[in-house]
Design a protein around this ligand. Structure first.
Ligand code: 9MR
Length: 422
């Protein structure tokens, strides 16, 4: 027996080493990293959820082993991160007042980025969605001209164009907000306090901020801005004010206007009108953030055209929320609304989804590379299909086991082709 013990020990030891080696191979293999192959062109980022940023299971139905694997993949492949949810007003500032903030998860996110030497984007300061009711509630009955009695602007979204759940004012208002509204001054003061506190806290750490998110009305029509409590209470200059406050809070931060559906020429035209008007007013808007929640039918030509027109504004561009919906129900559009997401991920996956996804990603990255002079960051909206907001559309480069899909190889190949052509 005595002789068997060391033998067994060394056998176990060997087995452990072997398993570790296999584990390491399965995790990282010899595959290239996106951040490496694109390093001469642009940063490659991803939206990280709370589980991965804190390294703890809990959210997104991932167990601890899966979270560890997600974290390893993030570190292996990306050099830029954005928080998927934890800096949204509802989460970082759920209650009124100086002690109404919840900085824990956001701090963990920033520390993750800093300790892994990633550049960090913040998301998002002013949005029609995910903003608590108290923000818009009046403490005093406001002057009649500035709020509740204002006529409904003709900018309300048309049915089916991205109308948020809970009415045209957007998700996150609980649908039950009926009391007096804040006055313009009151709301501007809350916006300023929020922006100064959040941007100020991460000054010098967060490099770029989504200052205003999704303010443009969908589709064609004459209305540039969507109707929201921000636009109704403050007026259209809520956008300029938000940028001004963010610039005051951190003069070195790169300030982005962020929106989706800019592959649609009609919506893109509205973006161009909006940005030109902000530029004419010398508003400190520094980057166009184009979300790019696209689908497998989106071509090189479509993205090339979108980037060409956006670049004409003279600002750098960041692709901020890239994913390619592979669900049949998603072929109709490039919207980003959570309420519309159910239908966008119905109907099963398109035929040959892996090949179609790879082809679409190849075309998109060819366009990104063509516009490398304007494009500074490309950020995927999630690390893998399992944690994606659009999981049913299997829209990312890695599957739920963090294995690369053919689309990953296609994206790597485009970088290698570009390097050869230099
Ligand atoms: O991916 C995000 C999802 O987890 C949230 O439930 C949802 C609502 O906050 O927001 C998703 O991210 C959105 C992003 O913040 C803004 N652009 C559209 C994205 C997809 O809906």
């Amino acid at each position: 027996m005595k002789t068997q013990i060391p033998h067994r020990k060394s056998y176990v030891g060997l087995l452990t080493v072997a398993l570790l080696a296999i584990g390491a191979t399965a995790q990282s293999a010899d595959r290239p990293a996106l951040k490496e192959v694109y390093k001469n062109y642009f940063e490659v980022g991803m939206a990280i959820n709370r589980s991965a940023a804190t390294g703890t299971a809990g959210g997104a139905n991932r167990n601890q082993e899966q979270v560890n694997s997600d974290v390893a993949l993030v570190k292996e492949q990306f050099n830029h991160i954005v928080p998927e949810n934890d800096m949204k007003w509802q989460l970082i500032h759920p209650r009124e007042g100086a002690d109404g903030y919840n900085f824990g998860p956001a701090d963990a996110f920033v520390n993750f980025g800093l300790s892994n030497k990633m550049s960090i984007a913040g998301h998002t300061l002013v949005w029609h969605s995910q903003t608590p009711n108290w923000v818009f509630q009046g403490t005093n009955p406001p002057p009649a001209t500035a709020n509740a009695s204002a006529p409904t602007p003709a900018t309300a979204n048309e049915a089916g164009t991205n109308t948020p759940a809970g009415g045209r004012r957007g998700r996150g208002f609980g649908g039950g907000f009926t009391g007096p509204r804040a006055s313009r001054e009151e709301l501007l003061q809350r916006m300023r306090d929020h922006i100064h506190t959040v941007v100020g806290r991460y000054k010098g750490k967060i490099k770029s901020w989504d200052v205003v998110n999704e303010a443009i009305a969908d589709g064609g029509g004459t209305n540039i801005l969507r109707s929201s409590l921000w636009s109704e209470i403050i007026g259209p200059d809520f956008i300029a004010k938000a940028f001004q406050y963010a610039h005051e809070a951190d003069p070195n931060a790169i300030l982005r206007y962020n929106d989706y559906g800019l592959e649609n020429p009609l919506k893109r035209q509205k973006l161009i009108t909006l940005i030109k008007s902000l530029q004419a007013q010398k508003v400190p808007v520094h980057v166009i953030g184009s979300q790019a929640h696209v689908n497998v039918s989106t071509t090189f030509e479509t993205m090339d055209q979108a980037l060409t027109e956006m670049a004409s504004l003279g600002l750098p561009i960041h692709i901020t929320e890239l994913d390619v919906n592979g669900a049949a129900g998603g072929l109709r559009g490039t919207g980003a609304d959570v309420a519309a997401n159910i239908s966008a991920t119905q109907g099963g996956l398109v035929d040959n989804v892996n090949q179609r996804l790879a082809d679409a990603y190849a075309g998109l990255f060819r366009a990104f590379l063509k516009h490398r002079d304007s494009l500074k960051v490309v950020t995927f909206w999630g690390v893998n299909d399992a944690v994606s907001w659009r999981a049913n559309g299997k829209p990312l480069l890695f599957d739920g086991n963090n294995q690369p899909k053919p689309a990953f190889d296609a994206v790597i190949t485009e970088a290698k082709k570009a390097a050869k052509a230099r």
